[in-house]
Design a protein around this ligand. Sequence first.
Ligand code: AMP
Ligand code: ZN
Length: 474
Amino acid sequence: MELRIFNTLKREKEVFSPIDPGNVRMYVCGPTVYDYAHIGNARPVVVFDVLYRLLRHLYGPDHVTYVRNITDVDDKINARAAAEGVSIRELTEKTAAQYHADMHALGALDPDIEPRATEHIGEMKAMIETLVAKGHAYVAEGHVLFDVPSMKAYGGLSRRTLEDMEAGARVEVAPYKKDAMDFVLWKPSKSGEPSWPSPCGIAAEGRPGWHIECSAMAKKHLGETFDIHGGGIDLTFPHHENEIAQSRCAHDTAIMAKYWMHNGFLQVEGEKMSKSLGNFITVHELLETDKVGGRRWPGLAVRLVMLTTHYRQPIDFTEHALVEAEKLIGRWAELIARHQIVATLDAAPPLELAEALCDDLNTPRALAALHAYAREARSGDAAAAQKLVDAATFLGLDPAQWHSKQQEVDMAAMADPELAAKVEELIAARIAARGAKNWSEADRIRDELVAMGIVLMDAKNPSTGELETSWELK
Ligand code: AMP
Ligand code: ZN
């Protein structure tokens, strides 16, 4: 099956043809670790996780290398560590561990390699020296700057000309820059900031710029050219444009990556997510606190919400969408319980799913296939139930974590058998009171259950006509 992906470089969908099918290589810009990842940061993780799973299926798990870096040197990190009175290392380690826990909860696989910027300073310095030697960078006042006009093709990814960019540049340009667009490869460290011996004969110690990190780590782990480079759409310019400039000029190559893929932005309840608007939500808050809707949400529901919108479209993240995703998972749980389907982790994707994903990761179309399987399973088709489970497993929506309302009750009962026994006893007493038309006693028992945080659901059994009461914890 042919995989087609939208290549930002070409602005069109192209057939994916790897440089070396024996080793398909993908690099995705990872987090700067100073604070919890917000749900916007989770979007590229989920999107490229789906692509990673698809590539592993198409080329074999041993023939794909996925690299996602950790940026652990940055102004924001320095400022946060100082504010919290902890060392930079403590802050970055703690944040990286939290990031891993959050992304696992969203069903994301770990990348094959997760390089840290601070462990690649030598590679960055070597690349900077190469760029200076080749006339693409220069030293000025303790900085090393990339000489943007030295690269004729600069701006190709974001389709901007140097003239446009210069006209749009802010008036206040650092005096040591030869051109307003020149960007930092290396800069002096202020006191208290992390620092390393500088390249290019600069006496004072310094630290790398952000863009060179990705170029150096991609080269080290994937080579001078590779297949796919991904990230959020905001990174197209300047970050990815600058990565391309550095890598192509250092290695004298016509490309850095063959395909550039960008996910659209995520907004919350119709508004741009920002701290000042008070609608800023971290993954941790969704999973572990009551901030959204007064309750915690399962990671799988968050993942499912992400998959309902095509990755290149903007996504509106809402509480309503979470509720719907959770309900859908509950209905799937009932179906697999009914058909007694067992999930296998290495399930192959059913045809309709593979076709949808091979069409530029069309996850809404993929979910439509899951809805169709669920409909067939509901009308008794066990093979369709199996497809539903295989498709969901492939999408990273692990069926072992699906729960229906009934299963939640069973789990609550398992977690607290005494409470469960008490609830069952009170429900039986209430049914008896109603049978004896002792309405005040029946109401009193209901109030007692409500006070215990129990939600009662009364329904008539259609075959016996008797009242049956189920319950759940609020
Ligand atoms: P940052 O830590 O800001 O460099 O972002 C890490 C990743 O998250 C990058 O790929 C960004 O493009 C992406 N990202 C940041 N904010 C959002 C958002 N609101 N929606 C989608 N992706 C985002
Ligand atoms: Zn990057």
